[in-house]
Design a protein around this ligand. Sequence first.
Ligand code: AGP
Length: 607
Amino acid sequence: MCGIVAYVGYRNAVRVCIQGLAELEYRGYDASGIVFVANGTLEVVKELGRPENLRKKFVDGLPNSRIAIAHNRWATHGVNNIENAHPHSDCEGIIFLAHNGIIENACGLRENLSLRDHRFKSTTDTEIIAHLIEESNKVVGLEEAVRTVLAGISGSYALVIISKKEPEKIIAARNGSSLWLGMGNGEFFVASEPSAMLAFTKSALPLVDGDIAVIENGSLVISDARGERVHREFRNVTWNVEEAKREGYAHYTLKEIFQGPEAVGNSIFDRIKEGRPACADDSKLREKIRRARRIVSSACGTALYSLELGKYFIEQYAKLPVEVEIASEFYTKNSIIDVGDVFLTVSQSGETLDTLEALRLAQSKGAFSVSIVNKMGTVIPSISDIAIFQNIGREVGVASTKSFLSQAAILLLLSLEFAKIRETLVEDMEEILQGLKNVPALMRKVLAQSENVRALSTQYSHFHNFLYLGRKFNLPVAFEGALKLKELSYVHAEAYGAGEMKHGPLALIDKDFPTMAIAPRDSVYEKVISNIEEIKTRGGPLIAIATEGDERIGRLADHVLYIPETHEALSPFLTASILQLFAYYVALDRGCDIDTPRNLAKSITVA
Ligand code: AGP
């Protein structure tokens, strides 16, 4: 998740942009850069780290420019270095642009451009757009060139573009990544979100997917995806800066729950090629997985439950045994692991000390290590033999939400990749991969019922205990859902295998002890139904998560939340989304400090 700021008007454009980047720092601060018009030409300055580092590059003071484009980078595609910092330009240094999003067909486009002798300075997907505009702009005007190029791009983008040939013009375009315009007295702003411009103007408008805005000589023209000119109303943004950073969501946690679909899309981006999983294309890994007797895995908290779900995927599809261990136990007991094992870990922050110690123990015993991590440049990926990045941008809320879904998506792809390596036949691989590509759309459908979830959560927010039940792929989801409820709302929640209830926990059930039962129509549905009947005969309140159209469960449960029909291995993405919403709204109703729950921190660097 990167930050974009652009300005044209009477103020010092470099100052406005760097100040705006500082407001967007939470979105990403691996590197920042700016291109501005000075003495009739374009000048570019870039620096690693925070926007303050960029400001310090202007040792003789900020140049007096009236138009500039600037960018904060959260490294996803392309390591974090100066060359990969935005803005990016074409071969001749005429077109400059900054981008937030992911270009899905970047590889093919880059190959074709290279065949036409384009020379690349970075390894980013963004730079490709500048070269494409360069080519098209030799034949048609800049706006037409931008439109033509964007029509040939698949993926998400928020873009700001400037050309040395037309230095008074800024072009802004959005598709799938938010981009706002701001207007002042004879001045215009472009930013990833309103917080970057609230210090200068409260008059803002969000561009719509497909929009292209052209700002020149104090005028603004917006055209839509069809190329038709449209009028969009500027509104008076009443948010304060913090609210603007949340783009109107009440909490980062809610914003990040709703970013779940985009997170899954970004995590699987470019990792399914010609209908095959392609997320760990490494010869050493292939050799290790081919020979491995088992996988030993270890992590903490939500990441641990991701691995529990990954265990089901890998054992179901690659037929490879997976041990899952709590990291703080794994490295304190004399764990059995050796050179024949592959060690798999997951960590959103890449810094969790318990997980790091487990990784170090595994490596000390000769195991080959694979880590799935969100934050680049952190310890865990830097010492792993293989690091797979989640590419979902920063997760601000202490409770892990979009990150769990992202990790699950990568683990599902890995399970199919391992099956391919071990030549284990997965008959429904194509159905799973096609379904996985469609998961973000189904998740959006689930999230669209958030008001139903909210209404239900207020009926259950007074309870002090909860039981979460699941089976097979949804047992790890039950554990993750219970953790969300605990850490967001401080309500005690216990997760259990639905079939395990009768061996003791059933004694807990009475009218004051509700149950959340995850019961999609899958291979264990009938078993879960009988477990639910055990709950109901003891008078326990029961919420079921069920597949759309399932009327039978409606006769059993007190309340039902529905998910769309999907392959059973994909239902966790939908059930987990509902449980995240449920925990959020219970916490909201209980007046909890949702983004920063008591006693907790986002990254636990103590053991
Ligand atoms: C989950 O919501 C919590 N924030 C916590 O359990 C977290 O998952 C755990 O500390 C591991 O963090 P990591 O993924 O950054 O390693």
